[in-house]
Design a protein around this ligand. Structure first.
Ligand SMILES: [Fe+2]
Length: 253
């Protein structure tokens, strides 16, 4: 497989859109919130946007579609719902999509919204997960149930460790503060805090991040970790109970 470039593009206050491109200049965009910074980068680097992939219907993941169409009228819009304007290909769980750049397997992850899907490229070991998983956190449950969100996160937790994850927002520091607030032994997070602060000081971003590390530290994703076992014992909760406890508490943090 030819090598793939991934450019993270800041959007709005704390959103991320991603631009994938190959050496021929073909490009795909994930979750455009605003087209201007994307088009600017694309023009500067002589790229052609061929495909847009949408994780869910929220405006801060879709508002950039129209501006991209104005510049690239032939662009294909892939999304989980025909209700997302300009969608050409509706994607469902287990679908596979191939472009000039790579191929994605679609995983349905209801919870944040009912239509939420994520894009897994197992050959390149990358995952675009929108607002389902964040570094050290997960999306709010707006449309699905807590149980659906827990199951959706378990689908990510089952993927092999060596995966690089690109999510929809820069929420990491707040998520870290929350987990430190919940757990009595804050020192368990001191290693990851140093790492995150280092990432942020270098690029202003803590994204992308690794699945292996999330399985150790993200209690929303994995309640079977050592830290998970400690807090479950402390609070007398099982896996789902801990997830629900954390999600409820985080909503008012
Ligand atoms: Fe969202």
């Amino acid at each position: 497989m030819s090598s793939i470039n991934i450019k993270t593009i800041n959007q709005l206050k704390d959103n991320y859109s991603y631009l994938l491109y190959n050496h021929s200049g073909d490009a795909s965009v994930i979750d455009p919130a605003e087209s201007f910074p994307i088009i600017e980068y694309v023009k500067k680097n002589s790229l052609k946007i061929k495909d847009i992939f949408i994780t869910h219907h929220h405006k801060d993941h879709t508002n950039g579609i129209e501006g991209i169409i104005k510049n690239f009228p032939e662009v294909n819009i892939h999304s989980p719902s025909s209700r997302i304007k300009n969608t050409r290909f509706v994607l469902n769980n287990n679908d596979e999509v191939e472009t000039q750049i790579n191929s994605f397997k679609i995983i349905s992850t209801p919870g944040h919204t009912l239509d939420h899907i994520i894009y897994l490229d197992i050959n390149n070991k990358i995952l675009f997960c929108g607002d389902t998983l964040f570094r050290l956190g997960c999306g709010r449950v707006f449309e699905g149930t807590i149980s659906e969100m827990h199951s959706s996160l378990q689908r990510i937790n089952e993927i092999e460790d060596d995966l690089v994850i690109y999510c929809g927002h820069e929420y990491t520091l707040t998520n870290l503060n929350f987990l430190e607030n919940v757990i009595s032994e804050k020192r368990l997070y001191s290693h990851i805090r140093r790492k995150i602060q280092n990432d942020l000081s270098i690029s202003g971003k803590s994204v992308p991040f690794n699945l292996a590390e999330e399985k150790l530290y993200n209690l929303f994703l994995n309640q079977e970790s050592e830290i998970g076992a400690l807090i479950k014992k402390e609070l007398k909760l099982e896996n789902f109970g801990l997830f629900k406890y954390l999600r409820d508490k985080k909503d008012s943090f």
